[in-house]
Design a binder for this molecule. Structure first.
Ligand SMILES: [Zn+2]
Ligand SMILES: [Zn+2]
Ligand SMILES: [Zn+2]
Ligand SMILES: [Zn+2]
Ligand SMILES: [Zn+2]
Ligand SMILES: [Zn+2]
Ligand SMILES: [Zn+2]
Length: 1751
């Protein structure tokens, strides 16, 4: 009872009732009561309205109070009553007796990961929760991972769901467990049983009564409250019609609440299905109701609102709590669970009313979402967890099925919240499904319900979806869930059939045929001639139906295949349905008689191009499927007498499928152009992998079945006639056909090609078990071989190309390794499968699943391959598998007279080509057919023992003179004459192959006729004779020459490609890998003269770079130009952005742009300005002209279309004209610094400090004089030659000055997010700042990647840093001198404290590198006043460097020495260590005990050395670029001796402590004053975030190896704003690890006046406008920059096939690919995100249209 006495003041009278109330006494009163229900109701009537729903719920405290009240006053008595003792003890003893359900039953939350084993799951709906999965055997199997859509539970422990390993370790039944057959109720004490029955019944009935209660004011009898106040609720209900915005707007008006409250109401309504939005008297609520109704009734039916009495609401509220309570109690005891099951399902005795559970189900669609969810949950916890009652419940569910489905159709809620969605839990259990099928005739019920709901029919009773409305489309969508249910009950075919099952299945089959009959012939089309169709007809609905039914049709066939009796009966039924369909065909078709090549056939006149034709022929196709089964199961040969084979009319069987195939051919030939796209789409889906199994494939099979039952000549004549080609091959002079008038020759040629292709397929497609003698394995393997013959493919591409079965399996994995080798992916791209060469021989150019494009790609690839292997390029047909007996006579097609005549005709045309009446494709197909025939003959010969059983004598027939009228010779003779035809070069190899085959067969025939026992090796034909070898050699040489030529040509054309493209590649290369490039040396080649160790970059001894002339070329005008201070300005395209990449404090608020003092950078580097460049140089004038053109173009574009481009012209953004790199400014190029005059004496530190102080004093006083306007007082005398009023001469031409202002303004504008203002004093500071920050970030990158400090940067970065630094050193010239002086004075005051300067921060609050850069760069302004003619600038730089270094040393000693460091002790010590100790003790002297005591000099020195290294490296980079000095050799390579080289390069002693030690007298006072700054002590005593040195580099957050861990994390993430609601798009910030509720209304915030989503809002605080996220549900990386720009990026998670799964559609297990993650990290650390977005948007314009800001 701890909750009671915490921070709550006693709220009301309730509190005293808490104290007086005794649950135990109440329970005993109930025990004694005569009428228990009356007594309980009386209690509830009193207390429920007093505890619950006392006004609009006001926050969590109110909720806690209600919760507590419920528990103590309402639920506790129930528990006491049930258990008869103290509830905690009672429940514990119940739990001891409990036998937990073997089922896990974990109910899935939305977005939670679920696992299914692809090897062991009975079907794809069987899933495990993550806990069970990890403890199961399946984690080592092939599994699939998906995210749950909510609802549904874990199937662990259900023996029927798993072929193997049904239990995880946790749910494995123990040996001691009870017999599961035993009634668990008998295990309970009898008194508990009795009380359980009565109290469960009362509570469940109470809940059911109230949840189904439809009155707003009255309550059920016995529950009327003792006193009844005028307190009402205005209750708003959810619907799927009104949008969030509408609801929010309406609520604000109706109940005058804030926008925020309205959003919260709307979210709750959406989540729970209802929410009270107003509390008060009746009038008050009624008024709100009328406003809401009025406001929402305009466009549609109004929102549902009801004014309900508070007591009704309170009881409904408690009813839900009571149901949840029941669910919890059940967890303690299987006996109680069984009792609740019985109570729920027993029919109410009085008058056999429906059971309580029935009442709930039947009222489901009337309840609000929240209520449904709670009772569904209870059903899952009770009925579905009890194996016995699950069946009883399933039967009840099936009995109500039709009614429930009808309710669902009327309801507008999603299916997950409908009770109908429980079907998956019931129907997928095979034993339950069988019971329901047999006892409740469920299969028939489902199909009939489905047919009833599809009411759109035409006159013939077929479905007609034409012109159906959105409302109907919505219903159609709902109806489809019935197909899902049908699939569930059919998912596993029975292993043994009972008589009843046969009967019911066949009854269902009949119903199914009725359904198919309504589809047979739907959406018929007629060829449009003359004009284009006016309106595209609706076709999608019909195809959706077909697609949904595809698996069902396949499953029904599979069921039929498991029982001979069922198969025979189904076949008969299907056949009679088909005849029925045929009888309704129009009779207008006149009989005609055709004759060709001496054969005659009767058929009727029908033209696809003129009459109606339909693509939908499901009855025919089902029959085709069953026909194959007759062959596969050998039923046809074993029970021929039972089959109506005699009744079959092959002519009728082939008619409709043939029409459909001819339709496709005519569409390909362009004859149906005027029928528009809908027909094209239908033809596409007809062949598409989603439909083809039960469409195109079955049509081919039906033709094969028909052809095998007919005279092949007759079959072919009918085919010719349907193709409308008969007259061409039958006319007297076939050579004259092209002269025929009014015929489009191209069309006709295509038709002939298509017809030949069809014959190839009918005679050759044998990879269906039952048609050919193959196994399903062979079928899949052949598909894969042909896919891989096109090109190597990724796993997912292959999966997409293969049809899936009902369990979403393709069989791919079983086969793939036998035919292909896997190539792993690199850091980009994906893993690919490549066909192994030994399988090339199986390639069939006319593979029936190739589209025309596939075919030509495959042909090209195969020919190329053969050329590479120096083989001939013939692509002969592969050896076909033998046919099954039922289809055996198909082979005769290949040698029948009509085909020979067709072949002869085509060959004849080829011999005498003229006009256009002939194509090579035609010839190619004929050659293929000839090849097939020859292979057939050869095989028969090889397999036969003697000549007698060889029926195939094609070689003999083709030597006979032509059969077709008008041909000049035999087929063979024609082939021979074609062999040398010059125009048929491509087909030469194929013709040679054929002729060789013919010779070979002749040899075999001769040999078998003499010695019949010799077996002929098939490979012999391929053996090459010596002559062949010679030929091959020559060919090989020619081939090599050709390849060389091709390569040269390819190179040439590559060179001709656009210049820009070429450079783009170069650029991308350098972008991809920083490491690969080495170019620093390009500008400053390491000269041996300079690489001596004495090389320094700072101070009087340095050597400058002015002697080196800088010649650059403008990328726009290609002119060369020397960089000079007074020359034409040259600029570098650059991109300036804010950055938090180095930030050590992401919680720091962004500075207020207007008042931020930017002169001192805090050491946490929380916000910096980064500059990058692609390194491309232009004339300033050329660039300006280019940018103006871009602006103009953008203006015109905006007038035309709206929306964004990938770059924001208004903000100065443009794409580099050469590489299209995103840029927003330019950096002017300045000349190198000259070498200082070595002849002058340079002042010592002491002299310089004194001189500088004097100068500062002079400047200060002059400033004061100017501002006061008075000239009084003696000016402090500056040093000799120092002129305060001197105006330095301008060092730069006006064009360069102008560009300097341009860049300064960009840095200012971007850095502070303000409008440009040249007068602002901070302008030069921001230029220095971006220089310092960019150098720092590059130093970090080089360090972390282990690269040498110099020489490893890519050219573009080198150029960027060099020009940026030189620009920064000169930018003071474009600012007022006074401003820069003021900056210098303030900066200098940090080092040399000056009482006149206010607001100097303490040294712990300053980043020393920034201080160094700013001081050095601003010093020049002071020095420019020195007219003494002696340049001390370089000495000043050294002194500043030394001072700052010392200050940093102190900073490190103060901040980075921790207790751990002090722990270790060691003895001895070098000079460094001793001096460090000395310095440290001096500091302790100043600061006392706030510094820990350290005795180890070694530790201290190490700490200092590590801490200061980044600073020294950055300083070396800075001075290197500033002074153009050559780097020492030691720093050009990573390795030892870095420290010494670095110190020497910087003119520092390698023992840094000497800096201090050698000038103690000068420095001691400074140090004393640093330490005395009040800020130091305050910080050390814990006042603020202390930054320690070296600052650790920021990395992206660590990601788990297994992706499902992330999904699991995200599934428990709730939206932070809408009170515990699950977030729809949980998104992880990769920078800081925050989880966000993205892409959702609830979490939008306002940033700078725009509503933005959680991600965009987060980027402004976390990444200064740039963000990297992982969208967890989508498995997608999201990059965002600003508000309008973003792109998706491949996630760093790959499956075992080396592929990402963006959208998590495939469900293969995903694992972290560290290399890819590092690549993303590198992109981020290099500040490359904005650029990647720019390139992605430029490449893919649709990205521009995405509303990134709402993510
Ligand atoms: Zn589980
Ligand atoms: Zn389990
Ligand atoms: Zn498994
Ligand atoms: Zn130019
Ligand atoms: Zn560029
Ligand atoms: Zn949210
Ligand atoms: Zn973040």
């Amino acid at each position: 009872m701890a909750a009671a006495d915490t921070d709550r003041d006693p709220p009301s009278a309730l509190c005293s009732e808490f104290l007086d109330f005794s649950a135990k006494d109440t329970a005993s009163r109930w025990l004694a009561a005569a009428d228990l229900q009356q007594e309980v109701y009386r209690h509830l009537a009193v207390y429920v309205p007093r505890i619950l729903c006392q006004g609009l719920s006001g926050g969590s405290r109110e909720e806690q109070r209600e919760e507590l009240g419920c528990q103590l006053l309402l639920l506790a008595p129930l528990e006491w009553f049930l258990l008869g003792e103290e509830p905690a003890a009672g429940l514990a003893s119940l739990q001891e007796r409990n036998q937990p359900s073997p089922l896990c039953g974990h109910v899935f939350k939305v977005g939670e990961p679920t696992y299914s084993c692809r090897e062991c799951a009975a079907d794809s709906t069987c899933v495990l929760c993550m806990k069970c999965f990890l403890e199961s055997v399946h984690k080592d199997h092939r599994y699939r991972m998906t995210t749950s859509g909510g609802g549904g539970f874990c199937d662990c422990g259900d023996a029927e769901a798993w072929k193997e390993g049904p239990y995880c370790q946790k749910h494995t039944p123990t040996d001691g467990s009870r017999d599961s057959q035993k009634d668990p109720v008998t295990q309970l004490p009898p008194d508990i049983v009795a009380r359980g029955y009565s109290i469960f019944y009362i509570i469940l009935k109470y809940a059911v009564d109230l949840l189904t209660w439809e009155q707003e004011v009255q309550l059920p009898a016995g529950l009327e409250p003792p006193e009844r106040g005028d307190t009402y609720y205005c209750m708003l209900f959810n619907d799927e019609v009104h949008t969030y915005e509408q609801v929010i707007y309406t609520l604000q008006k109706a109940v005058s609440c804030s926008h925020k409250e309205a959003v919260s109401f709307a979210t709750t309504v959406d989540r729970d299905g209802r929410k009270s939005v107003r509390y008060g008297d009746f009038q008050f609520c009624e008024q709100a109701k009328s406003v809401i109704v009025r406001n929402t009734s305009r466009q549609s039916k109004p929102l549902r609102v009801e004014v309900m009495h508070s007591s009704v609401v309170a009881h409904q509220c408690f009813a839900l709590k009571a149901l949840s309570w029941l669910g919890q109690i059940l967890q303690y005891s299987d006996g109680l669970r069984r009792i609740l099951c019985q109570v729920g399902l027993q029919r109410v005795p009085e008058g056999e009313k429906p059971s309580l559970v029935d009442r709930l189900m039947l009222n489901d669609s009337k309840m609000w979402k929240g209520a449904r969810n709670i009772y569904h949950q209870l059903l899952m916890n009770s009925l579905l967890m009890d194996l016995e009652y699950k069946k009883i419940f399933a039967i009840q569910f099936a009995k109500n099925y039709r009614r429930l489905q009808t309710d669902f159709m009327e309801d507008d809620h999603e299916r997950v919240v409908s009770v109908t969605s429980l079907s998956v839990q019931l129907f997928t259990v095979p034993t339950v499904a069988r019971i329901l099928m047999v006892e409740e005739n469920l299969m028939t019920t489902i199909i009939r319900t489905f047919v009833d709901h599809l009411r759109h029919r035409d006159l013939q009773g077929r479905f007609q979806f034409d012109r159906y409305t959105a409302q109907q489309a919505f219903k159609f969508g709902r109806v489809q869930s019935l197909i899902g249910d049908l699939k569930y009950i059919l998912i596993s075919p029975p292993s043994d059939w009972s008589h009843q099952l046969r009967l019911k299945f066949l009854e269902g089959f009949n119903a199914f045929l009725e359904l198919l009959k309504c589809m047979q012939g739907m959406d018929p089309v007629v060829r449009q001639v003359g004009q284009h169709i006016e309106m595209e007809p609706e076709w999608e609905a019909a195809f959706t139906l077909q697609m949904k039914l595809t698996h069902i049709i396949s499953m029904i066939q599979e069921w039929c295949s498991t029982d001979e009796h069922v198969l025979i009966e189904a076949y008969k039924k299907c056949l009679s349905t088909l005849s029925h369909c045929h009888s309704s065909l129009p009779d207008g078709e006149q009989p005609i008689s055709l004759s060709l090549a001496g054969h005659c056939v009767d058929t009727f006149r029908y033209q696809v191009s003129q009459d109606k034709v339909s693509i939908h022929l499901p009855v025919c196709r089902l029959l085709a499927g069953l026909h194959v089964l007759l062959s596969r199961t050998e039923v046809a040969s074993r029970f021929p007498e039972q089959l109506p084979l005699g009744e079959l009319s092959p002519h009728l069987l082939i008619e409709l499928p043939l029409r459909c195939l001819v339709l496709c051919a005519q569409v390909h030939a362009g004859m149906w152009r005027r029928n528009g796209f809908s027909l094209i789409n239908q033809i596409y889906y007809y062949h598409n992998v989603k439909c083809r199994v039960e469409m195109f494939d079955k049509d081919v099979i039906m033709l094969q079945a028909g052809a095998s039952m007919m005279d092949p000549n007759h079959f072919l004549m009918i085919v010719l006639s349907r193709f409308e080609l008969f007259h061409i091959f039958s006319s007297a002079d076939i050579r004259k056909r092209y002269r025929e008038a009014n015929k489009d020759l191209v069309q006709q040629n295509t038709l002939i090609e298509e017809m030949l292709h069809l014959i190839i397929m009918v005679a050759g497609e044998r990879y269906v078990t039952g048609v050919g003698q193959v196994e399903p394995f062979d079928e899949v393997r052949r598909e894969i071989i042909h896919q891989l013959s096109i090109r190597p493919m990724a796993h997912s591409e292959l999966v997409k190309a293969l049809p899936e079965n009902g369990n979403k399996e393709t069989g791919l994995e079983r086969v793939i390794d036998s035919v292909a080798s896997f190539k792993k992916p690199g850091v980009t791209g994906r893993g690919l499968y490549e066909l192994r060469s030994e399988w090339n021989k199986c390639f069939n150019l006319y593979f029936h699943h190739y589209s025309r494009a596939d075919q030509s790609k495959a042909e090209e690839a195969q020919r190329k391959l053969r050329r590479q292997n120096a083989e001939d390029t013939a692509l002969p047909p592969p050896l076909p598998p033998p046919l099954c007996p039922l289809f055996g006579s198909l082979v005769n097609l290949l040698q029948c007279d009509v085909l020979l005549a067709v072949e002869g005709a085509v060959l004849q045309w080829a011999v005498e080509p003229s006009g256009g009446g002939w194509t090579e494709s035609m010839l190619q197909r004929v050659l293929h057919l000839v090849g097939m025939a020859l292979l057939e003959e050869q095989q028969q010969l090889e397999n036969s023992s003697g000549d007698d059983d060889v029926t195939f004598n094609y070689t003999c027939k083709i030597t006979r003179p032509g059969e077709a009228p008008g041909t000049s010779g035999s087929v063979l003779a024609l082939l021979e004459s074609l062999q040398n035809a010059p125009h048929l070069e491509v087909h030469k190899d194929m013709i040679s192959w054929i002729l060789k085959m013919v010779r070979n067969i002749k040899t075999i025939r001769e040999r078998t006729s003499s010695i019949s026992t010799i077996t002929i090796n098939h490979g012999r034909m391929l053996e090459e004779t010596v002559r062949d070898k010679d030929k091959a050699e020559r060919k090989k040489k020619a081939e090599m020459a050709r390849l060389r030529r091709e390569k040269i040509m390819a190179q040439m054309s590559e060179m001709q490609k656009h210049f820009i493209n070429e450079n783009k590649e170069l650029f991308q290369q350098s972008m991809e890998e920083l490491e690969a490039s080495t170019s620093a040396a390009e500008h400053s080649p390491p000269n041996s003269e300079f690489t001596c160790t004495s090389q320094v970059c700072v101070g009087p001894r340095r050597v400058g770079g002015a002697e080196r002339r800088q010649l650059v070329t403008c990328i726009l005008c290609q002119e060369e130009q020397e960089v000079r201070g007074h020359g034409r300005a040259m600029v570098l395209a650059a991109f300036v952005q804010r950055s938090t990449v180095l930030s050590k404090n992401r919680r720091r608020n962004l500075p207020d742009p207007d008042h931020h003092d930017s002169l001192f950078m805090h050491p946490d580097l929380s916000l910096g300005i980064h500059t990058a460049s692609c390194g491309h140089i232009m004339h300033a004038t050329c660039w300006q002209r280019y940018f103006e053109a871009v602006q103009l173009k953008e203006q015109r574009r905006q007038q035309r279309l709206r929306g964004h481009t990938s770059y924001d012209v208004e903000n100065g953004e443009f794409l580099c004209p050469l590489c299209e790199c995103l840029s927003n400014t330019v950096i002017p190029l300045l000349p190198h610094k000259a070498t200082p005059d070595h002849s002058i004496d340079h002042p010592s530190l002491e002299v310089w400090l004194k001189m500088t102080s004097q100068q500062i004093a002079a400047v200060n006083s002059s400033h004061r004089t100017q501002s006061d306007g008075t000239a009084e007082g003696a000016e402090p005398a500056g040093p000799e030659g120092f002129r305060v009023n001197h105006t330095p001469r301008n060092l730069f031409s006006s064009s360069i000055s102008e560009m300097m202002t341009t860049f300064s303004m960009s840095a200012y504008k971007v850095g502070l997010k303000v409008n440009p203002n040249e007068q602002d004093q901070r302008v030069p500071v921001l230029s220095w700042s971006t220089c310092a920050y960019t150098i720092q970030s590059i130093e970090r990158l080089l360090m972390d990647e282990g690269k040498p400090l110099f020489g490893s940067l890519p050219c573009r970065q080198d150029d960027c840093l060099s020009s940026l630094t030189r620009f920064s050193s000169a930018c003071w010239t474009s600012a007022p001198l006074k401003t820069v002086h003021a900056h210098f004075i303030r900066l200098f005051a940090v080092l040399v404290p000056n009482l006149q300067v206010e607001d100097t921060p303490c040294i712990l609050d300053i980043d020393m590198f920034h201080l160094l850069v700013y001081s050095v760069l601003s010093y020049s302004s002071l020095h420019s006043l020195d007219q003494s003619g002696q340049s001390f600038v370089d000495s000043a730089h050294v002194h500043i460097l030394h001072l700052v270094t010392l200050a940093h040393l102190v900073q490190i000693l103060l901040t980075s020495i921790t207790e751990e460091v002090c722990m270790d002790q060691d003895s001895g010590g070098s000079e460094e260590e001793e001096l460090t100790c000395q310095l440290y003790s001096t500091l302790r002297k100043h600061l006392g005990s706030v510094l820990p005591e350290v005795s180890s000099g070694w530790q201290l020195w190490n700490c200092v050395k590590a801490g200061i290294l980044p600073f020294l490296r950055a300083a070396a980079l800075f001075f290197h670029y500033l002074n153009s000095s050559v780097p020492p050799a030691d720093l050009l390579a990573a390795g030892p001796a870095q420290w010494e080289a670095l110190c020497s390069y910087l003119s520092l002693p390698s023992n840094l402590l000497l800096l201090h030690h050698s000038q103690v007298s000068q420095l001691e006072p400074l140090m004393h004053r640093w330490c005395c700054h009040p800020g130091v002590r305050q910080m050390l005593q814990g006042g603020g975030v202390m930054v320690r040195f070296p600052r650790e580099s920021n990395r992206l957050i660590d990601l788990p190896e297994d992706y499902s861990v992330l999904i699991n994390q995200a599934s428990s993430f709730t939206c932070p704003r809408s009170g515990g609601d699950k977030s729809r798009a949980p998104t992880l910030c990769l920078v800081c690890g925050a989880m966000l509720c993205s892409q959702s209304y609830c979490c939008q915030t306002e940033v700078d006046g725009d509503d933005v989503g959680a991600c965009t809002a987060h980027t402004f605080t976390c990444g200064a406008g740039v963000g990297l996220f992982l969208r967890v549900r989508e498995s997608q990386v999201l990059f965002v920059a600003g508000k309008t720009k973003g792109c998706f990026y491949p996630p760093p998670y790959l499956d075992d096939y080396g592929e990402t799964d963006q959208g998590l559609k495939r469900g293969n297990p995903l694992h972290l690919c560290l290399e890819r993650y590092r690549k993303i990290e590198r992109l981020w650390r290099q500040h490359g995100i904005a650029e990647v977005i720019g390139h992605a948007q430029e490449a893919n314009q649709t990205l521009v249209a995405i509303d990134w800001q709402h993510l």
